[in-house]
Design a protein around this ligand. Structure first.
Ligand code: ADP
Ligand code: MG
Length: 309
C-alpha cells in the first residue's frame, strides 16, 4: 500500500533532526531552534531541479547529499555555525526504494555538515529539491562579499574545477583513469561544505564567497561587492592530480576558472596573514574593478577558448 504524505515524513524524514540547538524538530507547525545571545541568524535557500541542476537518473543518495552540501556551502561562506535545515521535496511518485536511498544520503550529509533536518514540505510534481539552511553568526562578524582591501591576498580552499571534471565524466565526455574518475565523481556529488573553515575565518578574512557559479564569476561578485579588482594568477591555481591528468591542459584550466559547483571558499586575507591549511593563495587584491587573469577568457562563447595574454 502506498505511503501517504505523513507516512513518508514519519518514515524517512523524522529521525535526522536532533542536535543541541534543536528545541523542536519535525512534526509540529514550525521547528524551534535555539540561538545563543549575541548571535544573528544566517538563512539561505537553494532549489535543485532534476535535469537542470543535477543529471537525470542520479543515485538518490548522491542527489540528497549534493543538494544539502551545496546549500550548506552558503553558510560556510558567511562563517556561520550550522543550526539546521528544512527540506522542500517535490516527488513525481512515491517510490520507497528511492526514498530509502535518498534518506540515507540525507543522513550522511546531516552527519558531515552538522545540519539536522528540522522540517520541510512534501508535494507531488517533477523531482525538485529545495533546501533551506539556517546558521548562527556572532553579531556583526559574518563574512561578507564586501570588505576586500587593496593589498589583501586572494585565497581559495580545495581544488578548482573538479566538479566540472566530474560532470564531464558523468556526461560521458571524458573517461579519466579509474582512481581519478572516482575522485571527480565524489567532488561533483559530494562536495565538502567548508563550514569549519568559514568559522575559522571570522575576524580574520576581510571578505568571502563560495564558488558555486565558477571561479571567475564568483570572483567577479566579490570584486563588485568590495569595489576592488582581483588578480588571479593561473599558475597558482591548485589543480588536483585528477584534473591535471586531462590530456588537454586548456580544458582543465577552463574548468578551474569557469566550471561551477565546486563549493569551495574564495576569500581575502590581509597581507602577511597565514593562509589556512588546505587553502592556497591564488592572487591578490588590486585597485580598480573586475577580475584579471592573464589568460584571454571569452565568456560570450561559453568559456570556449584561451590564449596567452
Ligand atoms: P503544515 O501543514 O503545518 O505546514 P506539513 O503537514 O506540511 O505541516 O508537515 C508536517 C511536519 O512534517 C512539519 O513539521 C514539517 O516541517 C515536516 N515535514 C514535511 N515534509 C518534510 C520533509 N520533506 N522533510 C522534513 N520534514 C518535513
Ligand atoms: Mg501548519
Amino acid at each position: 500500500m502506498a505511503l501517504g504524505e505523513f507516512g513518508i515524513i514519519q518514515r524517512y524524514f523524522s529521525a535526522l533532526g536532533s542536535a543541541d540547538d534543536v528545541v523542536l524538530g519535525v512534526g509540529d507547525d514550525c521547528a524551534l531552534l535555539q540561538l545563543q545571545p549575541g548571535e544573528e541568524l544566517a538563512v539561505s535557500t537553494d532549489t535543485a531541479v532534476e535535469g537542470v541542476h543535477f543529471p537525470e537518473d542520479g543515485f538518490p543518495e548522491d542527489i540528497a547529499y549534493r543538494c544539502v552540501a551545496a546549500a550548506a556551502s552558503d553558510l560556510a561562506a558567511m562563517g556561520a555555525r550550522p543550526l539546521g535545515m528544512t527540506l522542500s521535496l517535490t516527488l513525481p511518485s512515491v517510490d520507497e526504494l528511492w526514498l530509502q536511498a535518498f534518506s540515507e544520503g540525507l543522513a550522511a550529509v546531516v552527519k558531515a555538515t552538522g545540519l539536522p533536518l528540522v522540517g520541510g514540505d512534501t508535494t507531488r510534481g517533477p523531482l525538485t529539491i529545495g533546501v533551506q539552511v539556517l546558521g548562527a553568526v556572532p553579531a556583526g562578524l559574518a563574512l561578507r562579499r564586501e570588505g576586500a582591501a587593496v593589498g589583501d591576498q586572494l585565497c581559495m580552499s580545495g581544488n578548482p574545477g573538479d566538479a566540472a571534471g566530474g560532470l564531464a565524466l558523468l556526461q560521458g565526455e571524458w573517461l579519466p583513469e579509474p582512481e581519478f574518475g572516482e575522485h571527480l565523481y565524489q567532488r561533483f556529488y559530494r562536495p565538502s561544505s567548508r563550514l569549519k573553515l568559514g568559522q575559522s575565518l571570522l575576524g580574520v578574512a576581510t571578505s568571502c564567497i563560495d564558488i558555486s557559479d565558477g571561479m571567475l564569476a564568483d570572483a567577479g561578485h566579490l570584486a563588485d561587492a568590495s569595489g576592488v579588482r582581483l588578480r588571479i594568477d593561473p599558475e597558482r591555481l591548485p589543480l588536483s592530480a585528477a584534473l591535471q591528468s586531462h590530456p588537454a591542459p586548456q580544458q582543465a584550466l577552463q574548468w578551474a576558472l569557469g566550471g561551477g559547483d565546486d563549493y569551495e571558499l574564495l576569500f581575502t586575507l590581509p597581507a602577511g596573514a597565514d593562509c589556512p591549511p588546505g587553502c592556497t593563495v591564488i592572487g591578490e587584491v588590486l585597485d580598480g574593478s573586475g577580475v584579471e587573469c592573464p589568460i584571454e577568457f571569452d565568456t560570450r562563447s561559453g568559456f570556449e577558448h584561451f590564449a596567452e595574454g
